[in-house]
Design a protein around this ligand. Structure first.
Ligand code: FA5
Length: 343
């Protein structure tokens, strides 16, 4: 082989090998190129080296110098490509990817408006000295009815108005018996639990879920929350009750809130009132209240001659709706993020 042909072969091979290393987009393709050009057994360099023997003796020195330079250049091209791939260069990566663009923020959840309302109500009532109390959502008839002076034949105990549990303690197939457990229909149950365990004076609120088989509409839902208030001491009067509700309402809804107390009936309070707030041109019922009936005091072992007290139960969803201008309770439980994200 002439020196000229040998040098041309080296030039072409050097360009080819360098291009192969530069365009390798991952470690696998680089390795294929390495074996092809630098491989000890069958690589192109090894083949071209063998041709040195056919070059004229007088040209061998020049050919050797170029061959060494060629080997060094090809090795450098390989090393550069290897370094590029191991340092995570973006070569071979989707060209539409722009690392300078801001990332997508993960969606961060927030507290449900009803839970926010509960926290707010507890804070307002806490400032008036009311402590939080809790009771179970699965109740027995004693706490949901009997101790609250709701006798066995009272319509409030009708299975059509309550969620009795199929696993009732002693139902014997009859869901309306003494022992049938139920999902509590009112937070007034907590009044009984507190008074059973605590001597007067008592000043508590209880915020929690209650359940009734009501057909859902704009102001009713089968599961909702109530805020129960209970205050028992000596010389407590109806005026105290009205003041506490007024102070609470102006704190939560603003000084211009209009409240109306309407005579009503609850078996566990006497006298009893319904509490209405003026809203969107009409009076809307927000809860019930009254002075604790002596029969309730007797059920929990308090002396009605010595103590008096008041209780109230307000609908938490309706308070939340009134404050935020929500017109349909079902929106609160639709799970629609477009609605919930507004709060
Ligand atoms: C009671 O539940 C009584 N326990 C309140 C009470 C407590 C009276 C202490 C006296 C002393 P009532 O059934 O009216 O009362 O319910 C009270 C409030 O709960 C209603 O005014 C309303 O705001 C809310 N409420 C009742 N049913 C639903 C429902 N299905 N969906 C949403 N809110 C409701």
């Amino acid at each position: 082989m002439s020196l000229q042909d040998f040098l041309s072969t080296l030039d072409a091979l050097e360009g080819e090998a360098s291009a192969a290393f530069e365009t390798s987009s991952d470690a696998d393709s680089l390795e294929v190129a390495r074996v092809r050009y630098l491989g000890q057994k069958s690589g192109a360099i090894r083949d071209v080296q063998k041709q040195m023997g056919s070059i004229d003796k007088s040209d061998r020195k020049a050919a050797g110098l170029r061959l060494n330079q060629f080997k060094s250049n090809v090795q450098t091209a390989f090393d550069t490509a290897k370094e590029r791939l191991s340092s995570g260069s973006t070569a071979g990566v989707d060209p539409t990817f722009d690392p300078s663009l801001p990332g997508n923020r993960p969606t961060i959840g927030h507290i449900h408006p009803v839970t926010q309302t509960i926290t707010h109500l507890m804070e307002i009532m806490g400032r008036m000295g009311f402590e939080a109390a809790e009771g179970p959502e699965v109740e027995d008839p004693w706490h949901n009815f009997v101790a609250l002076n709701i006798p066995e034949d009272h319509p409030a105990r009708d299975p059509l108005d309550n969620f009795y549990l199929a696993t009732a303690k002693s139902s014997g197939g009859n869901r309306n018996t003494e022992g049938s457990q139920l999902l509590r229909s009112q937070t007034s149950t907590v009044q009984i639990r507190v008074m059973e365990n605590q001597k007067p004076p008592v000043r508590v609120i209880s915020l929690g879920r209650v359940y009734r088989p009501d057909d859902p509409d704009a102001t009713h839902f089968p599961m909702f929350h109530q805020m129960e208030g209970l205050l028992v001491d000596k010389h407590v009067t109806m005026a105290n009750l009205k003041t506490v509700i007024r102070v609470f309402a102006t704190n939560y809804l603003g000084d211009d809130v209009e409240i109306r107390f309407r005579p009503s009936f609850f078996p566990f309070t006497e006298p009893s009132v319904e509490v209405d707030f003026f809203w969107n041109g009409s009076w809307v019922e927000f809860g019930g209240a009254g002075m604790i009936d002596p029969a309730v005091f007797e059920a929990v072992g308090y002396d009605p001659e010595q103590y008096s007290g008041f209780a109230f139960g307000l609908g938490v969803e309706r308070l939340c709706m009134r404050r935020h201008g929500i017109t349909d309770i079902r929106d609160l439980y639709s799970g629609d993020l477009r609605f919930l994200q507004q709060f």
